[in-house]
Design a protein around this ligand. Structure first.
Ligand SMILES: Nc1ncnc2c1ncn2[C@@H]1O[C@H](COP(=O)(O)OP(=O)(O)OP(=O)(O)O)[C@@H](O)[C@H]1O
Ligand SMILES: [Mg+2]
Length: 347
């Protein structure tokens, strides 16, 4: 737990176990406690209660430089008056790394991030992406056990961002280091992580591999925060096995096991937009809705349809080209298979 002012808890009741070599992403909206958690791991903030351990050792009261942990911030935080080489060598000097080996270690790490040619430049002579590589090299140069990265790509444009994402993953693989990565970009979290820890209001909603978070979110918040979603409310029918009564829609068929587990319970029902299919009147899929089309977004390789089924807003994503029947103002039948939904108990 961490409180900055003794009244409000910035993070509360967080329990995270991170595997050696893992790429873990802390994901959540602004103010949800991601940076606070990272700063406690790094030692720049002290938890108000609780412990931080690394490999079974208690680090809680240790200074940042007494922890073998590297940090990369969003704003690079490079020393402007030092060359790239001196910036990267800085942590080695701080840690009394053998002098005779410093230059070689710096060269090695500049090779890893592809900046050898820039060793004598100053930060202001580099692009944003290159500066971020220097920061990355500085975070890695002293062989830390863990590298913490707080929105390191936040300031880069989209293309450079994607390039750096690939680069970071390569470095993660090559060095085999544990990385804890903070972002509020869910796509970035999905593509880079072994596991994602989803934060909301200073608490952890779910920690799981990306596809599990996507397909089996533990809460409506997680389901809505990650990916595109349709959420219904309803109640699992305890009289008719495998059925859920959806508010404003009526009975649907759902996964039998989930229904048994949640018999009689009020639920949030998630159906991802890509699970919805356009169907003709004659096709026999149990769960169907008439949707009046409001907006069509054609991405070229897929089409997003936003419409209404009664008072329920519906999003449908179909792969490929836009079918003739899909026109603004038209009404189409959409359906999904039992089991394509995900049920979440509502408290
Ligand atoms: N130094 C500080 N002093 C007081 N309150 C703080 C401090 N740093 C953060 N907070 C508060 O703690 C809460 C969590 O903030 P934190 O910076 O951890 O969020 P975050 O998830 O990193 O958000 P963002 O995505 O905007 O970076 C917020 O309510 C914030 O206002
Ligand atoms: Mg932050």
């Amino acid at each position: 737990m961490k409180s900055y002012d003794g009244r409000v808890n910035a993070v509360d009741g967080i329990s995270l176990e991170i595997d050696k070599g893992e790429f873990l992403t802390l994901l959540g909206p602004s103010g949800s406690g991601k940076t606070t958690t990272l700063m406690m791991i790094a030692g720049f903030e002290e938890p108000s209660s609780g412990v931080i351990e690394l490999g079974g050792e208690d680090l809680t009261r240790r200074k940042p430089y007494e922890r073998n942990i590297g940090v990369v911030f969003q704003n690079y935080a490079l020393f402007p008056h030092m060359t790239v080489e001196r910036n990267v060598a800085f942590p080695l000097r701080m840690r009394a790394f053998p002098r005779s080996q410093q230059a070689e270690r710096v060269r090695e790490i500049l090779d890893l991030v592809g900046l050898r040619r820039f060793a004598d430049k100053h930060p202001r002579e580099l692009s944003g992406g290159q500066q971020q590589r220097v920061a990355l090299a500085r975070g890695l140069v002293f062989n830390p056990d863990v590298l913490l990265l707080d929105e390191p790509l936040g300031a880069l444009d989209k293309n450079l961002r994607e390039q750096m994402q690939v680069e970071l993953k390569r470095i993660h693989r090559e060095v085999g280091i544990t990385m804890v990565y903070v972002t509020h970009d869910q796509t970035e979290a999905m593509t880079m992580s072994d596991r994602i820890a989803v934060f909301s209001h200073g608490t952890l909603e779910q920690t799981a591999p990306p596809l599990e978070v996507y397909h089996r979110p533990r809460s409506r918040f997680v389901g809505e925060f990650i990916g595109d979603s349709n959420f219904f409310t309803g109640r699992v029918d305890s009289g008719a096995p495998g059925h859920v009564e959806l508010d404003g829609v009526g009975p649907i068929e759902a996964d039998a096991d989930a229904c048994r587990r949640l018999a009689g319970a009020p639920v949030d029902v998630l159906v991802r937009p890509e699970r919805l299919q356009l169907v003709g009147d004659s096709e026999l899929l149990a769960n169907r809705l008439a949707v009046k089309i409001g907006v069509i977004v054609n991405y070229g390789d897929s089409v997003l349809i936003i419409g209404d089924a009664g008072r329920q807003r519906i999003r449908i994503r179909i792969a490929g080209a836009q079918p003739d029947a899909v026109r603004e103002g038209a009404t189409v039948m959409v359906a999904w298979k039992a089991g394509d939904e995900h049920l979440i108990a509502r408290s």
